[in-house]
Design a protein around this ligand. Sequence first.
Ligand SMILES: [Zn+2]
Length: 371
Amino acid sequence: MSAGSSRALGAIMALLLVFAIGSIVALAVLVATLAEDEEQTSATSCAVTAVTTDDDQERAPNIPNGWAPLVEEAAKTAGLPVSVVAAQLKQESNWDAGAGSSAGAQGIAQFMPATWATYGNGGEVTDPDDAIPAYGRYMAALKKDVEPLADGDADQLVRLTLAAYNAGPGAVQQYKGVPPYEETENYVRTILDLGQSEFSANCEVPTGAQEWDGDLGDGEWTVPLPGGKFTSGYGRRNVPGLPAWAQEHVGVDIATPGAGSGSGGPVIAPTALRITGFNNTDGCVIAKENGDDPDFGFAFCHLNTYSVKKGDTLKRGDVIGTEGNKAGLGAVSTHLHFEIYKPDAPDVVYPYEGFNIDPEPILKQKGAWPK
Ligand SMILES: [Zn+2]
C-alpha cells in the first residue's frame, strides 16, 4: 500500500469516526430532549423546571377563543387580577358560552336572571361580548361591598371578593372574613390555584403573597444570582407528586438561562450575612442578616457546591456557592431557590416551621430583583 493510499484510508477512517461520534452525540441530545419533555408533561405549568422567556409570554395565557382582551377589560373593571377572573370563568362554564344550570344560571359567567337584570345592561346573557363585561361589573360591585373588611390588604381583598361571589357579601360581612363554609373556602382556594397554575404567565401567585411589612432598614442589596432570571414566585402551586407542605412554594426561583441541569453561576450574598448552617438534602446554605437590616433569615438552595462554612461572615457580593440542581425530592433543573425568613426565626430554620415570607417585595425594595 502506498503512503498516499494509506493517508486516504486514514482520512476516511477519521471521517467515519466523526460521523459515529456525531450520531452518538445526536442520539444523546435526542434522549435528553425526550426526557425533558417527559418531565414537563408530568407536572403542571407550575413546576420549578423551565426558564420561561417572560418577554413573549402573554399577560394571561390559556384564555380561549380570542376572549383574552374581553377578560382583561373585565378584570380591569372589577379591579381583580386577570388570572383570577379567567379562573372564575373557566370554573363557572368551562368557557361554554351556552352553558346552563338546573338552578337557572346562564352563559359563560353563569348569571342568575335577577343578577343579569342588574348587571347585564340589556345585553344577551349567552353572548360573551355582553356577559364577560357584565361579569366585571358584578365582581366590581362585590369587591366594593367587602373592601372595608380587607383593611388595605390586597391579597385579602381578592379572597373576600371571591368569597362574596360564592357565599354573598352578607356572609362575608357577618364573619368579617371568608365565611367558614367548606364550599366557600374550597371555592377561594380553587380559583387562586387555577389562576396561578393555568392563567398566569410565570406561575405567579394571583394576589401577591405574604409580605414582610416591617422596617426594611436602609441597606441596599444585590441580586443573589448575577445574570439570573426570575422563574417562579412565592405562594401556592400545584405540582403533582410533591407533598402538601411543598405545595406552598416558600421562596422565589432564579435561574441562569441555559444552565440546564449542570452547575450554573455563582450565588452571592445579597447583603451582609452570617452563615448559620446547612440543609444538605436540598443543597441549602442557611444564613442570618448580619448588617443594618432586620435580622432576616435566608436560605440559598439547590447549590451544587458551597464556598462557605458555618460561622463565616460575608459582605454583600461574597460568593456563597454554585447554582445547581441538588434537591431531596428528585432532580430539578439548575436554579437558585431563594428564601427569606422573618427576623424572629431560629438561626437554622426549615420551610415547614412557618417563618417564610415572600422575598419578592423585599428584593424589589432593595433594588436586588433580577432583570
Ligand atoms: Zn423554588
